[in-house]
Design a protein around this ligand. Sequence first.
Ligand code: SF4
Length: 644
Amino acid sequence: MSIEEEIDRAFKATGLLSEVVAGYKRRIEQTEMAQAIGAAIKRKEPIICEAGTGTGKTFAYLIPAFYYGRKIIIATGTKTLQDQLFDQDIQVVRRALKIPITVAKLKGRANYLCHHQVERTKSERSFTSLREVELFNMYERMLDTSESGDISEVNMPEENSKVLSSVVSTRDNCLGSDCPHINKCFVLKARKKALAAEVIVVNHHLFFADLALKQDGFGELLPECDVVIFDEAHQVGDVASQFFGSSISTNQLNELLRDLRYGSVMLEDGSETVNELVDSFEKGVRDFRLSFEGLKGRYDLRERSRFSKAIEHSSLLGLISKNLAESIGSITLINLELQHCRERLLDVVIFLEIWSDQDDRSVIRWFDSSIQSVRMHLTPIDVAEEFSSIVMDGERSWVFTSATLSVSGDASYFTQQLGLESAKFQSWDSPFDYSQNSVLYVPKNMPEPAHASYVERVVEESIEAICAARGRCMMLFTSLAAMRAAGDRLSKILKDRNEGIPLLIQGDGSKFDLLNQFKNIRNAVLLGSHSFWEGVDVRGEGLVLVIIDKLPFSVPDDPVTAGRIDYLRSQGGNPFMDFQVPEAVISLKQGAGRLIRDETDMGVLIICDPRLLSKPYGKKIWKSLPTMRRTQDLGDVTSFLERA
Ligand code: SF4
């Protein structure tokens, strides 16, 4: 039997999946997608697959990958999806196909104890309480008792981030192939185990971190693989920008200072000069940190006059770092710690030089300031060339899949972002009957979103629908401020009307807890901002109404958005239509996708933003949504919800 026939056999109504999946139903879209992915894997080509909700895209990529692939990396959008794929979907497919496939889930280095860090933390004796010492001792004992060094093996009575961060490694302080503990290293063991498996499940961040690992002497996962699958691929552009760019935080500089102190204590000669320079490095870091005082949020460094003090101190710190690196370099009997510190200092010098230099237009210079730390960023304007050079090498097949990759069926925003214009794109609509099961309502007479009473009007326009739905509603906001204001207003109205509908508001608990409460209460309204637009799956009658306050355009004065807008404009493009609208469409499709999760689900989507109908681009946006029945009549909505 050919592999194409095997795939058909797996997806048939009475096929292999039907034997292990309760209530299995054959979906033609799913089989087509699986065959398309199978063909791409066979030819070692990239393929981009958009699959509407309910297509069953996970099985559609797992089954051909298992049949054709020798070694497969699957990268999911989040750790939660990584767990779900590893613990559930892959196990189902293994049982269905009855083929013995080894699978490993790889975690980031912060999940494993580091022998070197434990050893040096012990020698520093920097803990300030007996409790911290006890927790540290537990981790230290684990070095000898644990096979994997996975910190989740120990059920800690409480989380102590200070102790935890002192027993795991970071990319900065890992000694890599120079480490005296390399033969026992838990991070390395986990990677070796992953490399031995046929299927490795990672998340997007880990995948890109792995691309950067080569120079640390760990060996990459990628060269070993013949299939790479990105699930939730609409997020890949953003993650790639983070990893192809670079950043340094003041916390990292303080860690470097700590490592410099540790290394210089062990010096046999030249310690005096080094110590003096380490003192000035400490002062340089402190002054640099102080130059951001009072700033909270994300800022564009192009406002040079506003941040002249920070730029001045960054140049000074760069100079101090350079002198210190040179001084360390001149020591004859240098220890391993200082050797690594020297390399890190040189990285700091290069980073700060680029960060404070305005001439290079290929990167966006910005910083993110909070009470705890300031992180300086260099974000590339464009990752297409770099990413496509990895994907288009013909060595393996790449599969990109998500429910939200296109704008009105056109995936060029996604493909241009990643340099994948020549890759095949195929799209399968959701098999759900949206025209029967759902309604899209855009209220009449809403003010423009910038209007002072906008949030109030969102609540007023939603209240009848919320009551008709008897709660069971999720309100998605484009900002935390709007969410909080709406929460206050809604709480008052519901109380006055004595509706007995409870409110759950983002921030009142973890996302996981709030969603569990929402599912259990069954008549609540859940208000959330960005993190609730994706990864929320409430099936059945528990969610029948999704309300979206505004079209989710990214904030134009955010430094990264502003940098991209200016760049596109300088290239003669139309940043609004080429970048902001497609981005908003993808986000809106994600938000709207929370409503209908199953074949029998019913529900109403309310988009309060009048621009959906009044602006020329509005048509492009609503045409990208599933084909719901559209109305502007509130009566249609309430009667539909009363039946739902
Ligand atoms: S190689 Fe890195 S992670 Fe492993 S023990 Fe050494 S320092 Fe720690």
